[in-house]
Design a protein around this ligand. Structure first.
Ligand code: ADP
Ligand code: MG
Length: 253
C-alpha cells in the first residue's frame, strides 16, 4: 500500500454468538509499521476481534481489508499467507520439542505446498528450508543460543518471544499479539517491548491486545478501547489514559 494509506481496515465489523453481540460494529485501521494496542475489560471482544481479523472466526457482518484486499471472506490459512500472523492468548508450544522445532512448526505453513507436505512427506529440500528459516527467526529475536533446549524449559518471557519467532516465519507485514506481556516480569516486559519496537522499525505493523497499561503506554502509537463489543475510544496512549469514559469502563465496573 502507498505511504499513509491503511494497511488494515476494519469496517462495521460485527460478530454475534447466538444472542450475544461479542463485537458490535467496530471500526479502526492500522498503517504499515504502526503499533496499535487493543485494550478493554474482560469480555470486551478483543480476542474475538483478533479471531475475525485472522480468519479463525467469520464475521456476522462488516469487512476486514488488508493491503487493499477484502480478507474477511478468506480462510485463516489464506490470510496468514498474505502476511497476517498471530500469537494466541494462551501459550501454544509443544513443551517437549526443542525451541528450534517449535519455530519450525511455524515455517511449515509457508512452503509452496503448505503444511501437509512439510509434515507428512519426506522432502529434504523443504525440510532444510524450514529449519534455515526457523534458525533465522531465532536469531532475529535473540533466542538462537537456546535452539536445542526443550521449549518447556524456557522462562515464560522467552516462551512468548519463541511464539513471536514462530509467527515471524510467515514473514508477516502485520503481527497480532494477544496479551504478550501477561504474567511477565518487569525485565521480560522491557525486553519484549524492545523487540516489538525493533520489529516495527523493520516494517512490521503490530496490533496487540494487552491489559498491562504500563506496557502499552511506552510502546504503542495509538490505543483502541473496547467495552461490551463496541469501540469506546481511540487515540494516543496519554490521551486515552486521561479519558474519563475509559477510566469509568476500567474502574467503574
Ligand atoms: P476479550 O478477549 O476482550 O476478553 P472475547 O472476545 O474473548 O473478549 O469475548 C467477548 C464476548 O464473547 C464474551 O462475552 C465471551 O464470553 C463471548 N464469546 C467469545 N467467544 C465465544 C464463543 N466461541 N461462543 C460464545 N461466546 C463467545
Ligand atoms: Mg481475550
Amino acid at each position: 500500500p502507498e505511504a499513509g494509506s491503511a494497511l488494515l481496515d476494519v469496517t462495521d465489523l460485527r460478530k454475534t454468538f447466538g444472542g450475544l453481540v461479542a463485537v458490535n460494529d467496530i471500526n479502526f485501521s492500522l498503517k504499515a509499521g504502526e503499533i496499535v494496542g487493543l485494550i478493554g475489560p474482560n469480555g470486551a471482544g478483543k480476542s474475538t476481534t483478533f479471531n475475525l481479523v485472522t480468519g479463525v472466526l467469520h464475521a456476522t457482518s462488516g469487512a476486514v481489508r488488508f493491503a487493499g484486499e477484502t480478507i474477511s471472506t478468506l480462510s485463516a490459512r489464506m490470510i496468514a499467507r498474505r502476511g497476517v500472523s498471530r500469537t494466541f492468548q494462551h501459550v501454544k508450544l509443544v513443551p517437549d520439542m526443542s525451541v528450534l522445532e517449535n519455530v519450525a512448526l511455524g515455517a511449515h505453513l509457508r512452503g509452496e505446498a503448505g503444511a501437509m507436505r512439510g509434515l507428512f512427506r519426506f522432502d529434504r529440500t523443504e525440510e532444510a528450508r524450514i529449519f534455515r528459516e526457523a534458525e533465522h527467526q531465532l536469531e532475529r529475536v535473540g533466542l538462537a543460543d537456546l535452539a536445542a533446549k526443550p521449549a518447556g524449559s524456557l522462562a515464560l518471557g522467552q516462551q512468548r518471544v519463541l511464539e513471536i519467532a514462530r509467527a515471524l516465519c510467515l514473514d508477516p507485514v502485520l503481527l497480532l499479539l494477544d496479551e504478550p506481556a501477561a504474567g511477565l516480569r518487569h525485565l521480560e516486559k522491557e525486553a519484549l517491548a524492545a523487540l516489538l519496537k525493533r520489529l516495527s522499525q523493520e516494517g512490521v505493523a503490530i496490533l496487540l491486545v494487552e491489559h498491562d497499561m504500563d506496557f502499552v503506554m511506552g510502546l504503542t502509537n495509538r490505543l483502541v478501547v473496547m467495552d461490551f463489543g463496541t469501540k469506546l475510544a481511540e487515540g494516543p496512549p496519554a490521551e486515552i489514559q486521561a479519558n474519563p469514559v475509559v477510566i469509568e469502563a476500567y474502574l467503574g465496573g
